[in-house]
Design a protein around this ligand. Structure first.
Ligand code: GUN
Ligand code: ZN
Length: 437
């Protein structure tokens, strides 16, 4: 086995830090080493010790930069790479005016393949090594997405959106057609390489009850698959959902009554929740996903992170590009910090960096494989430079602690702060399109 020893400052989390002083929640090494081989982290520890044990292996020295687990984005839309930054609308108008017309283009295999390359280039450049994506309604978009993920050997999750009403003709499937396509895609892609299929009813408004029943059948037949959808993002959306599902007790009940909740369920936004819905989220172990840049951009509302966590709910955090305005999980933390400030809550940098790595891995039930730098996990690693812009360097001259450095990255960092990315042990940032070498 060929092995490589990475050297640098090193940070990995063992659990969510309860405060800024909770040093037992993480390991930080000023001169750390990561021995990687066959796509895995073989050993983590002080560089001196590892270099003696490893003998003559090539060393890549990233000092003074900071090595962490690659970032995980738990909610993003692959067919919205050219929707990001579309002006002036809230959710339902934004979908009808910009998003749905754009997604019709993903019926084309060629367009899907070109956009898949661009999408993967972007997420890697921003330090994201795992993402959970909605593809379009078309099988071709999912094929392109997983083909590109496979080519880059990335641990990626995603699925075809199920949508059979309230959308342009070219974007509608049928309950049976959506089921058949999803079933075929699961067979072709789930568990192939590092790919995971996600059953993806888009949201209550674009699926008939008949389609929700088919989503339920898929979920029952494929308990190994995650499920993703949108929940209570916008007040007009909630009112429309109530008209479309008059028997539902509330928005969440549309999904709950179709057996779609559980620890594998990822519910984007979850902003305007009723008490009954919060109790049901806690009981079922489903995961709300906080999408701060999107929630601010679309004027959707302020996520109640502390309120949900106090009920034992485990929240994800994500970009939601193209409603979200940046691929960067650092910028996501920046806006997340501000949203929570407006709610009188606080996002400490130690917790923030745990959240976009180990925390999001826990949301996916994958913390034994991704999200930390523990030996035996997959070697998806990001190398961060907190002095990547002159303004950051100036601020860093007054930063004395690890928490301060992390906060500079959280508030000011973006793709320029990403020095290097390793995917399954292979350098990826400097080689964005592997087959063009
Ligand atoms: N709800 C249903 N579809 C979408 C989408 O594409 N983006 C956002 N932000 N919300 C949605
Ligand atoms: Zn979304």
């Amino acid at each position: 086995m060929t092995q490589t020893l990475l050297r640098g400052r090193l940070l990995t989390f063992h659990r969510a830090p309860e405060s800024g002083e909770d040093s037992g929640a993480y390991t930080y090494l000023e001169d750390g080493g990561l021995l990687i081989g066959d796509g895995l982290i073989r050993q983590m520890g002080p560089f001196d010790e590892l270099s003696v044990q490893a003998g003559h292996v090539p060393v890549i020295d990233h000092r003074p930069h900071l090595m962490m687990a690659g970032f995980i984005d738990t909610h993003i839309h692959f067919p919205q790479v050219q929707v990001i930054a579309s002006w002036g609308a809230q959710l339902l108008d934004w979908l009808n005016t910009y998003t749905f017309p754009e997604e019709t283009r993903f019926a084309s295999e060629t367009h899907s393949a070109v956009m898949a390359r661009a999408f993967f280039d972007q997420i890697i450049a921003h330090g994201t090594t795992t993402a959970v994506a909605f593809c379009s309604v078309h099988k071709a978009s999912v094929e392109a997405y997983f083909a590109e993920a496979t080519r880059r050997n990335m641990r990626m999750l995603g699925g075809k959106v199920l949508m059979d009403r309230n959308a342009p003709d070219a974007l509608r499937d049928t309950p049976q057609g959506g089921y058949d396509d999803s079933k075929a895609l699961i067979g072709d892609w789930h568990g192939k390489g590092r790919n995971g299929y996600v059953i993806s009813p888009r949201f209550a408004i674009t699926s008939t009850p008949e389609q929700m029943e088919m989503a339920q059948a898929l979920a029952r037949e494929h308990p190994e698959c995650h499920i993703q959808t949108h929940l209570s993002e916008n007040k007009d959306e909630i009112a429309y959902t109530a008209r479309l599902y008059p028997k539902a007790r509330d928005y969440l009940d549309v999904y709950e009554s179709h057996g779609l909740l559980g620890p594998k369920a990822l519910l984007g936004h979850a902003i305007h929740l009723e008490e009954r819905e919060i109790a049901a989220l806690a009981e079922t172990g489903a995961h709300p996903v906080f999408c701060p840049t999107s929630n601010l951009f679309l004027g959707s509302g302020l996520f109640d992170d502390a309120g949900l966590r106090a009920r034992g709910i485990v929240n994800g955090i994500a970009t939601d590009v193209g409603g979200g305005t940046s691929y960067s999980m650092l910028q996501t933390l920046n806006e997340g910090y501000k949203v929570l400030q407006l709610r009188g809550q606080s996002l400490h940098p130690l917790r923030a960096f745990d959240w976009i790595t180990r925390g999001n891995a826990c949301v996916l039930g994958m913390e034994d494989r991704i999200g930390t730098l523990e030996a035996g996990t997959e070697a998806d690693i990001v190398v961060l430079n907190a002095r990547s812009t002159p303004a950051m360097a100036l601020r860093m001259d007054r930063a004395d602690t690890l928490a301060e450095e992390l906060f500079v990255l959280q508030m000011m960092g973006d793709d320029r702060a990403i020095e290097e990315v390793y995917i399954a042990g292979a350098s990826a940032k400097s080689v964005l399109a592997p087959d063009e070498k």
